[in-house]
Design a protein around this ligand. Structure first.
Ligand code: FAD
Ligand code: ZN
Length: 477
């Protein structure tokens, strides 16, 4: 399913330029550079052109033309993806179709609790549009200032509110897609009930751009919280973190919106490298939980948090902690969590894992994984953090102090292998929320059954018979 050689590339590019205009084409190498490298600087691609259409009709015309010329397409949103799926291959034979100019909010409907946004809308802007009509768009992640709705849906993004509101997939009522032959499927339904055959939108959500281009979506909104209470609690060990979560959930019902774990090293890195951070507690502890309750009613939430804390201290599941007194304090607590990606960079090479296990297995996973990496590479520094309420651990491993960065990073596949095996043995997944892309393509084959792989290949062949949509991503070409 590889793309056929492009017989007349200059002609195809000229025709694309005629569709999207000069404003919609980037060919200058310096201007193209930021689109061709990912946030972690792990993937560097090449392309003859970055195409930036501004309407669905332009997208459709470009895709149809590419189908005629056998020209492969790499869809791209905010370029914050962590698996290399939005970066073209170094062979330079694919165009990048960047959706950022397709960024209109088409409709906000507070009665239906929906917002219809184009693919290039930045997530934070969609949240803000919802807030303008007193509604909540609950998808939230550290990259929300630059990631876009099309990318969020194509990766089925998770983030910090999954515990209460689900993954991106759970927030979608309808989508509009440009199919690989250039036809537009208008599936922008705004219905909460619609049992009319196969639910096709779910094929495109989480497909990482391998089946078509999402151009717009109808997203669910929720009542906006009137009260939010955030606390940072130190727990004596990982099992206590779990016990605390169970207890907090029982005591607060569905008001528990976030439950994030951080180990001490996360604080050390943030305090060292992120300006404006300070240790919220007077003393250092091994494990912390950042917990958020929110409610669309007013009054009483702080009391609920206090009673959770009191009871947890009594049971020994919490040994210290602080409840944010205001918004600024809550933001300061979240800042330590949300800057983890950047805080790890100055510490040298970091090998990443984004695994999930059934929630009750999180402590065992972290124990086994930490033992594994420090045996594999003595001195390696496990940095475990993440959305523990969803069973999702970002188990990153920083290089030993003073080690050679390149030699450490060369162990990436070995380390991934071992960690993914541990997650799998505990009933988990090698990719919780970041996707597969190029980074984890080999792991997909290792862990999915032949039946599942065959079904995926058949779906790919049925929708994209020429293999032009993001070739080599998720599945081998
Ligand atoms: P891109 O990176 O541009 O693309 C991602 C994938 O989607 C690629 O396969 C691309 O081909 C495809 N794609 C993009 N737009 C379209 C479209 N319109 N149609 C079809 N395919 C398309 N992810 C989480 O899930 N949870 C987190 O908590 C989280 N935190 C992060 C924190 C940081 C600091 C960073 C840098 C990343 C984080 N991510 C997280 C990963 C990333 O932000 C998400 O995967 C995000 O959803 C990607 O959106 P994007 O617009 O940047 O997409
Ligand atoms: Zn995450």
């Amino acid at each position: 399913m590889t793309a056929v050689p492009i017989p007349n590339l200059p002609n195809a590019l000229a025709r694309i330029r005629a569709i999207v205009g000069d404003k919609g084409c980037v060919t200058d190498p310096e201007a193209m550079a930021p689109f061709l490298i990912d946030d972690r600087k792990k993937f560097l691609g090449k392309t003859p052109m970055i195409v930036r259409p501004a309407t669905t009709l332009e997208v459709a015309a470009v895709v149809e033309l590419c189908a005629q010329h056998g020209l492969a397409i790499v869809p791209q949103g905010g370029n914050t993806g962590l698996c290399g799926a939005q970066i073209p291959s170094p062979a330079g034979a694919e165009i990048v179709l960047n959706l950022s100019r397709l960024n209109r909010v088409r409709d906000v409907d507070p009665i239906n609790y929906t917002i219809t946004a184009e693919a290039g809308c930045i997530l934070a802007e969609v949240q803000a549009k919802a807030a303008e009509v007193d509604r909540l768009m609950p998808l939230s992640l550290a990259a929300e200032g630059s990631c876009e709705i099309g990318g969020n849906l194509s990766t089925n993004a998770g983030g910090i509110n999954v515990l209460r509101y689900g993954m991106a997939r759970d927030l979608v009522l309808g989508i509009e897609v440009v199919l690989p032959d250039g036809r537009i499927w208008d599936g922008l339904r705004r219905l909460r009930k619609d049992n009319t055959g196969y639910d096709l939108k779910h094929l495109f959500i989480g497909a990482e751009g391998t089946l078509g281009i999402i151009t717009a979506a109808v997203l669910k909104l929720f009542p906006r919280p009137r009260e939010v209470v955030t606390a940072l609690l130190a727990v004596p060990d990982l099992d206590s973190a779990l016990a605390l979560m169970v207890q907090a959930r029982e005591a607060s019902g569905d008001k528990l919106t976030a439950f994030e774990l951080m180990e001490r090293i996360c604080f050390d890195f943030a305090l060292r490298h992120v300006p404006g951070t300070h240790d919220p507690l007077n003393q250092a502890y091994d494990h912390y939980v950042l917990l958020e309750l929110s409610s669309s009613e007013t009054g009483g939430l702080r009391a609920t948090m206090e009673s959770i804390l009191e009871s947890a201290i009594e049971h020994g599941t919490v040994i210290d902690g602080t409840i944010a007194a205001n918004d600024a304090q809550a933001k300061a607590l979240w800042r330590i969590r949300e800057t983890q990606n950047d805080a790890q960079k100055p510490e040298g090479g970091s090998i990443k894992h984004d695994v999930s296990v059934p929630v009750g297995q999180v402590p065992e996973f972290i124990r086994r994984a930490s033992a594994f990496v420090t045996t594999l590479i003595p001195g390696a520094r496990p940095v475990a953090f993440g959305h523990v309420g969803d069973g999702n651990v970002h188990f990153n491993v920083s290089q030993p102090i003073g080690a050679d960065r390149a030699r450490f990073l060369a162990r990436w596949p070995d380390m991934n292998h071992g960690i993914h095996d541990i997650a799998h043995a505990l009933g988990g997944s090698f990719s919780a929320e970041h996707g597969v892309g190029v980074l984890k393509r080999d792991e997909l084959v290792r862990f999915k059954s032949p039946v599942e792989i065959e079904l995926m290949r058949r779906i790919k062949a049925a929708i994209d018979p020429q293999g032009l949509m993001n070739p080599g991503k998720v599945l081998e070409p």
